[in-house]
Design a protein around this ligand. Structure first.
Ligand SMILES: [Zn+2]
Length: 787
């Protein structure tokens, strides 16, 4: 290609930039939820305005299991279902989950109360199950998690009743104990008679309080399910990529027990506004009614569609590749096509290299150097981003304590534009030595390698690389096949814009979605994806550089600077965006000493009243032998609090196995009790409240003192419960038992109830417990070697 600046090139570059920006804006708008519908629409339709009053009713304060607010939420759901003429029932049961895959070595048990109602169909032997959970975490009012789901189910139940009757029954399940370990959903699957009649399960839960609702997970063998889904829903937002990635992660939701038990189903979530997730600001005012509207459109359209289908043959052997285009339509094709498309890309790339070599536009060594340069550019972008983020954490230590921050968008923008600036600069410099095709095709070599690997290892995600790569290759090929004429700039602008379309429509959203999904903590991931995507845009960068060589990098760095300044200005916490901090009170009943403990990196304006200036920093292995985290702690006034009690009922040895049977009571009726069992020899069996915990799990979890097993019991029976531990007779066993209460102790002189409005309790997102704002009493019971 002739690289001399041409008259008429500038407008062509503007046209190109306009087309690319327009595609990006359309992409962005397509990810906004629909407008909420008012209460005045027909009663057989779903109205977010009508649904929203349910959110306001249950989510004005946190309602974790074992609180009065939790009971209120349960009663509200029951009375709303009764008002609809349904006969809700409460499934109250104790469930023991031997081991959740997300928390190896941990057993979670709890008493749960699921609310269940059934809307009878005309044929009535199969049921569609709609699921949400009504408990919240202790740190959040739970307007979105999962007030949004509760509101969706209640409004759907109402609208379905007002519309035409369906053949299949519809069961509404409001689970309990989701946040502490999916206890209610597991209890329904394993214990409730209606579970056997469910032909399709739809789970509505969230990870943020705004944005479009993604159908991010399905049951396996989903070819039929997805094609029916595409027919039913007005705005599909789903992809086999999300499904494949989510399946590979340890994350769980209420859908997991259904999936494990072989149910057919779909799982939904809105994920925008993640920094409010599980925090005090996850309140009704911040919940986007548009997200509820989108969620409601899924619930209504899918229930009505599948409500008249035979649900017995939904499962198929194969899972297709599928993805939505601008949430307007779903593209679906067999997974078997993934590899042939990758081979096609390989053939085109080889053809282009040969063509380039014959036309003397590609020198093979320089092509390989071009490939290397692309890799180095990606690593350079990631390295600079990492350094910059570490620097920002130095300046604003609170950034390091949380997964996402309220002004994270500015930083995301700054890091993305910085990546553009770095890449454009590097390629401007490289172009002095390289020919364009050597750089462009060199980068596409990596894309080809990644595409082939993805289509072999995770074919569901193959489309994500395959279509951007194919269009780039074809676009680049066409630029060559039609040599430049005077009017060619226009054609080039159009061709370059078209070749960039799949990258913008299919790939680019992941650069934002990865920030939404992972938060600022992992801002390096969007940077890597952006640097990767720019490998497709080397001809485009070159096209822009032909007018003013440094225009793009200078513009990009200017945006970076503005975004960084905006981030710094808004970094200050305020009442609308409080900063999370952490303090809890521990009475060590073994030593009679009490401590204030914080999980924060430094004391802040509020926690320093507890920690004082003489606080220490370190691991408290005596209290928490399994915690590797450094904590801040300081002595606290000793309160007269009752410790949990362990009564040894039996201790005998049969052969070389020792069986310890104990009875555990919590005199304060604590909402949760935690037992950390440590044994110097492998634990062979644990029986909790009559339920045996799989022995092979125990062996896999060595602790500093041998082997461990952690048991959390939520709402244990008032009279106490029975626990049996079996291990080799030669070993020592000890149990650390902890009582938790949801509050800070009321001690005169401490402003325990006056946390300033710009502070809020820290949410430890990926733990089934949150020690912040709790009182805990810990007592150790040692059972030395038996004589
Ligand atoms: Zn949830």
């Amino acid at each position: 290609m002739n690289m001399k600046p041409k008259r008429g090139l500038l407008p062509a570059v503007f046209l190109f930039l306009f087309l690319v920006l327009a595609a990006a804006v359309i992409m962005f708008l397509s990810q906004q939820p629909p407008a909420p519908l008012p209460a005045s629409i027909p009663t057989s339709e779903f109205s977010a305005e009508r649904a929203f009053r349910h959110v306001e009713a249950i989510a004005d304060e946190p309602h974790p299991v074992g609180t009065a607010a939790h009971l209120q939420a349960r009663n509200y759901i029951v009375s709303e279902l009764q008002a609809l003429g349904l006969s809700p029932q409460i499934q109250e049961t104790t469930f023991v989950d031997p081991e959740s895959p997300a928390f190896p070595g941990m057993t979670v048990a709890g008493t749960v109360q699921n609310v269940i109602a059934r809307l009878a169909g005309t044929a009535g032997n199969q049921a569609i199950l709609l699921v949400c959970h009504y408990d919240s975490v202790a740190t959040a009012p739970g307007a979105s998690d999962d007030g949004s789901g509760v509101a969706t189910l209640l409004e759907t139940a109402r609208a379905l009743q007002a519309g035409p009757a369906l053949k299949n029954d519809v069961v509404f399940l409001f689970t309990d104990g989701e946040e502490v370990g999916l206890l209610g959903a597991q209890a329904f699957v394993e214990q409730h008679p209606w579970a056997k009649e469910v032909g399709l399960a739809l789970n509505f839960d969230t990870g943020g309080d705004t944005g479009i609702v993604y159908t991010y997970e399905t049951s396996p063998g989903n070819a039929r399910l997805i094609s029916e889904y595409a027919k039913a829903v007005p705005r599909p937002a789903a992809s086999s990529m999300m499904y494949a990635v989510y399946s590979a992660m340890p994350n769980e939701s209420d859908f997991t027990p259904f999936k494990r038990a072989g149910f057919q189903g779909l799982n939904f979530a809105h994920l925008g506004g993640k920094f409010r997730y599980h925090t005090l600001t996850e309140n009704p005012a911040n919940l986007d009614p548009g997200s509820i509207q989108h969620q409601g459109s899924y619930a209504m359209s899918l229930t009505r569609h599948f409500g008249n289908l035979d649900l017995s043959n939904l499962r198929q052997d194969d899972s297709p590749v599928y993805f939505d285009i601008l949430s307007l339509a779903l593209i679906i094709y067999p997974e078997a096509w993934a590899l042939p498309f990758a081979i096609l890309a390989a053939l085109i790339l080889i053809g282009l290299v040969i063509l380039g070599w014959r036309r003397k536009q590609v020198r093979l060594i320089w092509l390989l150097l071009g490939a290397l340069a692309y890799l180095v550019t990606i690593l350079l972008s990631a390295g600079i981003a990492w350094l910059l983020w570490q620097g920002l954490i130095r300046i604003y230590p609170q950034y390091g304590a949380v997964v996402d921050i309220h002004n994270g968008f500015f930083y995301w923008l700054a890091f993305i534009t910085l990546t553009i600036a770095i890449t454009a600069t590097v390629y401007n410099l490289l172009r002095r030595h390289f020919r364009l095709a050597e750089l462009a095709l060199g980068a596409l070599l990596w894309w080809l390698v990644a595409t082939v690997m993805l289509s072999l290892l995770m074919p569901g995600g193959s489309y994500w690389l395959e279509w951007p790569l194919l269009f780039s290759l074809i676009g680049f090929g066409l630029l060559w096949l039609f040599p430049e004429t005077d009017s060619a700039s226009w054609r080039q602008a159009g061709l370059l814009a078209v070749s960039a379309l799949p990258a913008i429509l299919v790939f680019s959203w992941s650069i934002y979605a990865m920030y939404i999904g992972l938060g600022t903590e992992l801002i390096i991931v969007p940077v890597l994806l952006m640097a990767l995507m720019l490998g497709l845009f080397i001809p485009h960068l070159d096209f822009c550089a032909r007018v003013y060589r440094w225009a793009l990098p200078v513009a990009a760095i200017a945006v970076t600077a503005v975004a960084l300044i905006a981030g710094s200005i808004t970094a200050k916490p305020d009442a609308a965006n409080p900063q999370a901090d952490s303090i809890f009170y521990v009475l060590n009943a073994d030593t009679g000493q009490a401590l204030w403990i914080s999980e924060d990196p430094h004391p802040d304006v509020w926690t320093s009243q507890f920690l004082g200036t003489g606080f220490k920093r370190g691991k408290l292995t005596e209290l928490f032998p399994l915690d590797s985290k450094e904590l801040l702690f300081a002595p606290a006034p000793v309160l007269n609090l009752s410790a949990p009690q362990v009564e040894l009922l039996d201790d005998h040895t049969t052969g070389d196995t020792r069986a310890l049977r104990m009875y555990i009571t919590s005199p304060t009726q604590a909402p949760w009790v935690e037992i950390e069992i440590e044994s110097s020899s492998p634990i062979s069996r644990i029986v909790l409240g009559g339920k045996q915990i799989s022995p092979q799990n125990d062996l896999a979890h060595p602790s500093p003192n041998g082997y461990f097993r952690t048991i959390q019991y939520w709402l244990p029976p008032a009279q106490g419960f029975d626990l049996t531990i079996e291990a080799a007779s030669t070993g020592k066993i000890r149990a650390i038992v902890r009582n938790y209460e949801y509050s800070l102790p009321q001690i005169p002189g401490f402003r325990y109830d006056t946390r300033p409005p710009d502070r809020m309790p820290l949410a430890r997102e990926f733990l089934p417990k949150n020690r912040t704002d709790t009182v805990l009493v810990s007592k150790t019971f040692a059972f030395g070697q038996q004589e």
